[in-house]
Structures are given as C-alpha cells and as structure tokens.
Design a protein around this ligand. Structure first.
Ligand code: NAD
Length: 360
C-alpha cells in the first residue's frame, strides 16, 4: 500500500465546504486503489489571522514542507480586506508559494462538452478547447527590483517595477513547459514581448536553445498581444503555453474564461523538489459562504491534478475526472453552472452524487 501525507488548507469562505468533498473523494479512491492518505490540517489566510495573528503561521508552512502534497481551498474575505498588507490573507498565499519554492503554475482550461453553453464564445470556437497555461510564478515584474514609488527631484512621484529574468529562472520554467507539453499534445507555444523587451529576448533565446533537448515537442513563439488575440480568435490552435509571471497572470484568466465556469477550474503550483500546492482557481466566494451553494468540482479536479502531477497516480486522476464528467452527464449542477432543465444541487449533495458515481 502506498502512503501519502497530504496537508489540507481549507482556508476561508467556501473553503471548508469544498474541502470536505475533496477529502471524501480521496478517501473513496484511496480505498479503491489501495492508497493510504494521512491528512493533516492547518490554518492559512483569514482563519489563521484570527487564531494566530499571522496569515501563514510557521507551523503551517512546516507542515506543508513535511508532506507529499498540499491541497488548498481558498483564502480571503471582507473581514480582513482592510488590514495592513503584511497581515492580509493574500500575503499568506504569497508566503506559501515563496516558502515552498513554487515557481511554476499550471492552469488548465478545458471545455467540458456538458458546459459548452456557459462560454461567452461561439460553440464552434470553443468546442474541444484543451489548453494548459504554464505561468512562471516567482520572478518577473512582480518581484524584480528596484520597485516602489519614489519622489523625483521635481517632487513628482514615480512608480517603478522591474521585469527581470535570469537564465536559470527561464530555463527551469521552460523545462516545465516542455515536459508538460510532452505529457499532453506535444505542442508548446512560448509567449513573450521580444520585439520590445530585452528581458523577453533573453527568454526567447533560452527557450529556443533548450528546444533540441525535446525533439518530440513542437515549439512556437508568439508576442503577448498576438497571443491574447489568438486565444479568443481560435483557441484550439493552442496545446501548452509557457510564459512569464505577468503575461501568464492575464492569459491564464483569459483562457479560463473560455470555459465560462470559474467553479470548475483547478490549478497546480510546482517547485523543483518538495510538495506542490493544488487548488481551485476561484477565490473564497464570501458572497455564498456557509450557504451550501458552492461548486466543489474545481476542488475535486485539483485533487485529480495532485494525483497526476505530485503522486504519480494518473489512473486514479483519470477516474476522478471521469466521475466529474459523468455527474454532469446525469444533469447535476450547482448554481454557478446551472442551466434550464438541469438538476440544481447544493455543495454537499454534489459531493454525494460524485461519491456514488465513483463507487458505482
Ligand atoms: P471569487 O472567485 O471568490 O468569487 C467570484 C464569483 O464567483 C463570486 O460571485 C462567487 O460566488 C463565485 N464563485 C467562486 N467560486 C465559486 C464556486 N466554487 N462555486 C460557486 N460560485 C463560485 O473571487 P472574488 O469575489 O474576487 O474574491 C473573494 C475573496 O477571495 C477575496 O478575498 C479574494 O482576495 C480571495 N481570492 C482568493 C484566491 C485564492 O485563494 N487563491 C483567489 C482569488 C480570490
């Protein structure tokens, strides 16, 4: 029997509701596939601020480090919005990424046939879309220095951020991009702004240099402005996209919206070694928290990503993804993906039908 220690970070808002469903799913597949999951739970975000005064207590980070993978739900809420920046829930999330060295963010955007009408784009444009955006997460303009707002000689203020990437930072995210493309359709599109930015030219040069190591991957390059246009014009041309922090932030949200349903989108954040963090793309949805209205499926699909990318259990991941599709095929929906003629369920009920499907 394989043993895995999983750190659970339910966080705030709908977090605990959707996490409960994810844990049930893991227990069922653990039983079916002879996997033993040892769960340890820790506070992060608002709930951690309330109990310890910090958004990422040292014990939480330690627990995460001492596990095979981290399953996070969501953090944040109105209650903590006006605290100073270092005490905000989001600071906990950034601290977790930095503390675990998570430099690669994998964001799939896959159109599910059952939810195709949730997209704002025409059916024939989005049908069959299956994109993975690999975003660099710990470098680029969000972290480069100098940064800040400085007074100039005239007394006018000037805001500064610096977009910087070293060769080694580019190479390690490029490798994740190539390897991800290998596991998928074998096509990698690198997105930059090399026609204007020196940092992007280095990005393009390094990625081109590494390409011969991955002869089974077909590499292409696009400028960010063109990539944004192509993503809404003909998204099916993309398989895997690799890009820097800022461009990836924007493109992964745009790609997500092709699917039209934020309650369905998982993500993975990975480092070179050590545990990755698996979490839904959506936030803590404080507007529906505690009302049993949340869609737990993005959290469940994050469990599938964890099994695929961290625990090397692709068959179990497939089984969970199939069960999600079957539940949708049976017409079950939560409020966020509801459409005419479908059966509206709460978060708990959605969990129950999913477990029944997994067990059948
Ligand atoms: P949000 O994703 O929480 O909610 C946006 C909208 O989508 C809301 O109407 C919400 O009800 C709905 N929604 C989101 N997830 C859903 C689900 N699983 N099922 C059904 N409906 C769902 O984004 P927001 O409102 O901008 O942010 C709310 C809080 O979440 C803020 O404090 C923000 O900082 C935080 N946030 C956290 C993360 C994270 O933990 N990674 C990400 C984004 C936002």
């Amino acid at each position: 029997m394989m043993n895995y220690r999983i750190t659970l970070l339910p966080g705030d808002g709908i977090g605990p509701e959707i996490m409960a469903v994810a844990v049930d799913v893991l227990k069922v597949v653990g039983h079916q596939f002879n996997l033993n999951f040892e769960f340890q739970e820790a506070p992060i975000g608002g709930v951690a601020i309330d109990t310890t005064g910090e958004p990422l207590p040292t014990e939480t980070l330690e627990m995460c480090r001492n596990s095979n993978a981290v399953l996070l739900a969501a953090i944040g809420g109105y209650k903590w919005d006006n605290l100073p920046r270092h005490q905000r829930p989001e600071t906990g999330l950034l601290g977790l990424r930095a503390g675990l060295g998570l430099f690669a963010n994998l964001r799939p955007a896959k159109i599910l046939p059952q939810l195709i009408d949730a997209s704002t784009l025409k059916r024939d444009i989005v049908e069959g879309v299956d994109i993975m955006v690999v975003r660099e997460l710990t470098g680029g303009v969000y972290f480069g220095t100098p940064k800040g707002v400085f007074a100039t000689e005239t007394g006018e203020k000037r805001g500064v951020n610096t977009m910087a990437y070293s060769e080694s930072e580019i190479d390690r995210i490029a490798r994740v991009g190539f390897q991800t493309a290998q596991k998928r359709g074998g096509k990698l599109c690198s997105v930059d702004k090399a026609n204007v930015l020196e940092v992007s030219q280095l990005w393009r040069d390094r990625i081109t240099l590494l390409a011969p190591e991955y002869p089974d991957v077909q590499l292409s390059h696009l400028y960010i402005d063109n990539a944004a246009m192509q993503l809404v014009r003909w998204p099916k041309q993309f398989d895997t996209i690799v890009t820097g922090n800022l461009f990836g932030d924007i493109l992964s949200d745009a790609a997500a919206m092709l699917t039209g349903s934020i309650g369905m989108l998982p993500s993975a954040s990975l480092g070179n070694s050590g545990p990755g963090v698996f979490e839904p793309v959506h936030g803590s949805a404080p507007d529906i928290a505690g009302q049993d209205k949340a869609n737990p499926l993005a959290q469940v699909l994050s469990v599938a990503m964890m099994l695929r990318y961290a625990l090397e259990q692709p068959v179990v991941a497939d089984k969970i993804e199939q069960a999600v599709l079957q539940v949708l095929d049976q017409g079950y929906r939560t409020g966020d993906i509801m459409s005419e003629g479908m059966k509206l369920l709460g978060c708990q009920e959605m969990g129950e039908v999913l477990l029944k499907t997994l067990s059948s």
